[in-house]
Design a protein around this ligand. Structure first.
Ligand SMILES: Nc1ncnc2c1ncn2[C@@H]1O[C@H](COP(=O)(O)OP(=O)(O)OP(=O)(O)O)[C@@H](O)[C@H]1O
Ligand SMILES: [Mg+2]
Length: 219
């Protein structure tokens, strides 16, 4: 399956989620090919850091500025994960033409909802990145949700996302704002490798299992 992780706004968590998902899939015996189409190269830098300090499993990430739909479609049964941001719109549109699904992390704020709306417009059916795959799904979820449950922004963001044409599903599995996500990346680790029993790891596993329900999820 080809999953493109995308949104317009910087810092919404695309690379963090792409990296954690890639390693989680490999831990669960599901081979992954990653594509890092962002000139910042965060996804591929993380893969390189793991190789340098010999953390297993390795993840294979292609860091490229352009990709063709056929290239993404050429990986057979492997899971393909693509990390791409607004800095490379041409590659984002091309990747989306190949995607089985587009995963959209959205921080909980009105400006992020607006940015997501613009993103959906850019990739929508009237554009050159139109849905070529009739079964393509666009899934959104809140990342960096407040840990204080009384703060309303997360619910409001989810409600607003549900109203947006172009979103097929708003996943109920949120990732909250947890330092573990940031700290683990600096060691080349995922949050579930560094702190397997943490809330961050628990939340991440719930998201990963929702996205890949047929993966056994031991990691
Ligand atoms: N749920 C979270 N809790 C805490 N920190 C997070 C969370 N998600 C992401 N971060 C941190 O926020 C920063 C930005 O995340 P990330 O680089 O994944 O965003 P991005 O969407 O890929 O950004 P860009 O568009 O610049 O590529 C990173 O330091 C990351 O570790
Ligand atoms: Mg990134």
């Amino acid at each position: 399956m080809i999953t493109v992780i995308a949104n317009l706004k910087g810092g919404s968590g695309k690379s963090t989620v792409a990296f954690n998902l890639a390693v989680w899939l490999e831990h669960n015996q599901r081979p992954v090919i990653g594509y890092d189409l962002d000139p910042q190269c965060t996804f591929s830098d993380l893969a390189m850091l793991r190789k340098e300090i010999e953390i297993k499993p390795d993840i294979e990430i292609h860091s490229v500025r352009a990709v063709l739909k056929d290239q993404l479609l050429s990986h057979g049964d492997k899971e393909v994960l693509v990390d791409v941001g607004a800095a490379n719109m041409a590659a984002m549109k091309e990747a989306i033409t190949a995607a089985d699904r587009i995963l959209v992390p959205v921080p909980p704020s009105q400006t992020d909802v607006w940015a997501t709306q613009r993103f959906l417009h850019i990739i929508g059916p009237d554009t050159d990145a139109m849905k070529v795959n009739g079964n393509q799904q666009t899934l959104a979820f809140v990342n960096r949700a407040d840990t204080n449950k009384s703060i309303r922004e997360t619910h409001e963001t989810e409600a607003a996302l549900r109203m947006l044409p172009g979103i097929d599903e708003v996943l109920p599995q949120r990732l909250r704002l947890r330092t573990g996500f940031r700290r683990s990346l600096s060691e080349g680790l995922t949050v579930f490798e560094m702190w397997p029993k943490s809330k961050a790891a628990e939340e991440f596993r719930a998201l990963a299992t929702a996205l890949y329900p047929d993966v056994s999820g031991q990691a």
